[in-house]
Design a binder for this molecule. Structure first.
Ligand SMILES: Nc1nc2c(ncn2[C@@H]2O[C@H](COP(=O)(O)OP(=O)(O)OP(=O)(O)O)[C@@H](O)[C@H]2O)c(=O)[nH]1
Ligand SMILES: [Mg+2]
Length: 316
C-alpha cells in the first residue's frame, strides 16, 4: 500500500468511528461534522429507494463497481428503519462488501436507529455530511419504501432513483406514487423476469399523465438486470445527466439549501425535547410529578407550569 493509500485507509477507519458516534446520537460529534457546502461540485448524493427485495442493494453494488472503474471514490449508506429491537442494520450486509475489502476508496456502512431522540432523521443527514467531508465523490443511500420512510430521501438526495421489480403489484403501485412525488429516475429491475417491459410501459404511461406540463427534466424509465450489471452504465449516465441539469438549472442548489433548513428544524425539535426531558426529571419536575400523582395539581395545570418555567427560565 502506498503512503497515500495508507492515509486514506486511516481516514476510512476514522470515518467509521465518527459514524458510530453519530448513530448513537452523540450531539458533539453531530455538531463537529462540517456543514455540507451548498455547492455540488465535489460530491453527489444519490438516493435509491423501492420495495423490499426489489434489488436495491444488488443495483448499488453494480453501480459501485462501475463508478470505481471510472476512478471515483464511493460511499454507500444503507439506512435500516427497522426498530432498534430487531437489531436492524442488516440491509447493507447484502451488498457484497467482501468485494471491496481493502479498497480505501470504498466506504460501506449500514445505519440503524438506536432509538435515541431524533433517531435516523438526524443521524442520516449528519452521516452524509461526514462522508462528503471525508472526500467521497459519490454517496449512494439505500432506503426502503416511498413516503412512509422515516428518512425523507427527497430532502436528502441530489438525485432520487425509484426502483421497482416486475410482477409485484405493490411495487408498481409504489412506482406510480413516486411518479407524482419525487423520483428523478425510475428503474424497473429484474428485467430478466416476466412483466418487466410491461411494468416499464405502465410507468411511462403514468408519467405522461402526471407530467402534462412541459418540464425541463423528465424522469426517464430504465430497465436493469442488477445481478449481471445490465443497464448499469445507462443508469450511471442518467444520473450524470441529471446532475448536470440540476446544477445548471439551480435545482441542486435549492435542494441543498432546503436540506439544511430541514436538518435545522429537526435539530430544533430534538434540542427542545432534550431540555424538556431534563426539566421533567429534575428536582422541580419531580415535585410537580408528585403533586400530580397525589391529586394536588391537575395534569394540564402542571404541564403549563413546567413548560412555562422551561421557556422563561431556560434549561438548567
Ligand atoms: N432475477 C433477478 N434477480 C435479482 C436482480 N437483482 C436482484 N435480484 C435478486 O433479488 C433479491 C433481492 O435483492 P436485494 O438487492 O437484496 O434487494 P433489496 O431491494 O436491497 O432488498 P431489501 O434491502 O431487503 O429491501 C436477491 O436475491 C437478488 O439476487 C435481477 O436483476 N434479476
Ligand atoms: Mg437491500
Amino acid at each position: 500500500m502506498t503512503a497515500e493509500a495508507g492515509a486514506r485507509e486511516r481516514s476510512r477507519r476514522q470515518l467509521a468511528r465518527v459514524l458510530t458516534k453519530i448513530e448513537a446520537g452523540d450531539p458533539d460529534t453531530v455538531a463537529a461534522v462540517p456543514a455540507l457546502a451548498v455547492d455540488a461540485d465535489d460530491s453527489w448524493i444519490v438516493g435509491l429507494t423501492g420495495a423490499p427485495g426489489a434489488g436495491k442493494s444488488t443495483l448499488i453494488s453494480a453501480v459501485l463497481v462501475h463508478l470505481r472503474r471510472l476512478g471515483q471514490r464511493v460511499a454507500v449508506l444503507a439506512v435500516d428503519p427497522s426498530s432498534p429491537l430487531t437489531g436492524g442494520a442488516l440491509l447493507g450486509d447484502r451488498i457484497r462488501m467482501g468485494d471491496h475489502i481493502g479498497d480505501p476508496d470504498v466506504f460501506i456502512r449500514s445505519l440503524a436507529s438506536r432509538g435515541q431522540l431524533g433517531g435516523l432523521a438526524l443521524a442520516v443527514p449528519a452521516a452524509v455530511r461526514a462522508v462528503v467531508a471525508a472526500g467521497y465523490q459519490w454517496v449512494l443511500v439505500e432506503t426502503v419504501g416511498v413516503g412512509q420512510s422515516a428518512v425523507d430521501l427527497a430532502g436528502l438526495a441530489d438525485t432520487v432513483v425509484l426502483l421497482v421489480a416486475p410482477g409485484a403489484g405493490d411495487s408498481v403501485q409504489a412506482g406510480k406514487a413516486g411518479v407524482n412525488e419525487v423520483a428523478d429516475a425510475f428503474v424497473v429491475n429484474k428485467a430478466d423476469q416476466e412483466g418487466a417491459r410491461e411494468a416499464a410501459r405502465d410507468l411511462e404511461g403514468s408519467l405522461r399523465l402526471a407530467l402534462r406540463k412541459p418540464q425541463s427534466w423528465r424522469p426517464p424509465v430504465l430497465l436493469t438486470q442488477a445481478v449481471d450489471g445490465e443497464g448499469i452504465a445507462e443508469l450511471v449516465d442518467v444520473v450524470a445527466r441529471h446532475r448536470e441539469h440540476s446544477i445548471g438549472s439551480g435545482d441542486a442548489r435549492r435542494r441543498r439549501q432546503a436540506r439544511r433548513v430541514i436538518e435545522w428544524r429537526e435539530l430544533c425539535t430534538t434540542l427542545l425535547l432534550q431540555h424538556l426531558e431534563e426539566a421533567i426529571s429534575d428536582d422541580d419536575g419531580s415535585v410537580l410529578a408528585d403533586q400530580v400523582a397525589a391529586g394536588r395539581r391537575d395534569p394540564p395545570e402542571a404541564a403549563q407550569l413546567l413548560v412555562h418555567r422551561l421557556l422563561t427560565e431556560g434549561p438548567r
